[in-house]
Design a protein around this ligand. Structure first.
Ligand code: ZN
Ligand code: FE
Length: 239
């Protein structure tokens, strides 16, 4: 399985996923169509599915144009079917959705939005977490409760430690600065931030990140209980 990381808009990432024959490709969260089309055309990829983690514009903005151009099918959460543009296939919590190439487990992880889901390619140990778990951070709570977000992060935390995490935005450095401000003695965190800076300086994404690193460095995953998680989330909103 190959993944092309496609920067979109200001700081979004869309992910184009395909195997050797390039025939049954999926794209996760196409913020806009143009950068995706460029990669598809250059690599002669057949875009069969569009996977949406949630309904926000910066994650579904390219749906319509890509669907029209490539006749792709759009996959999204059952209870968000009225707000995911052009949705064709609905999925639900804990379902394993298969296509010709990939088997993907769906997790409902509310908090950022009420219908947010993650796509877990469990055989390949890769998960697409949208705006719920970021590298060194987590999403803002727009529609859900602190408790929902806390539980959603804990769900992801239980996956195998070598799971690779692909999130919706390049927020890693800002997130890292917040972690550092609240966890100054964490040497693993300092090392991770140094690595991230190097990547960004070379114009490379800091993504994917590894779950093991996040558990040690991401202050939101380190929160021991709902109360301390909620405090951190409030602090971050004003950081
Ligand atoms: Zn969002
Ligand atoms: Fe977003």
């Amino acid at each position: 399985m190959e993944i092309k990381i496609i920067p979109c808009l200001n700081d979004n990432y869309s992910y184009l996923i395909f195997n050797k024959n390039k025939k049954i490709a999926c794209v996760v969260d196409p913020s806009e169509a143009k950068p995706i089309i460029d990669v598809i055309e250059k690599n002669k990829i057949d875009l069969k599915y569009i996977l949406n983690t949630h309904h926000h514009y910066d994650h579904v903005g390219g749906n319509k144009e890509l669907k029209e151009k490539y006749n792709s099918k759009i996959v999204g959460f059952k209870y968000d079917k009225d707000r995911i543009p052009e949705i064709d296939i609905t999925v639900e919590d804990n379902q394993i959705w298969k296509n010709e190439n990939f088997e993907i487990k769906i997790y409902h992880i509310p908090g950022h939005t009420s219908g947010h889901i993650a796509f877990h390619f469990f055989k390949e140990k890769k998960i697409f977490t949208g705006d719920t778990l970021f590298s060194l951070g987590c999403g803002k709570i727009f529609e859900g409760t602190y408790e929902q977000m806390f539980n959603s992060l804990n769900k992801i935390k239980k996956l195998p430690k070598d799971t690779q995490i692909y999130c919706g935005h390049e927020y890693t450095l800002q997130n890292g600065n917040f972690c550092l401000a609240n966890d100054a003695s964490n040497l693993k965190l300092r090392k991770k931030i140094t690595k991230v800076k190097k990547k960004l300086q070379n114009n490379l994404p800091s993504i994917p990140t590894i779950l093991a690193d996040e558990i040690e460095c991401n202050i939101f995953l380190k929160a021991k209980n709902l109360e301390s998680f909620s405090k951190l989330r409030d602090l971050k909103d004003n950081f």
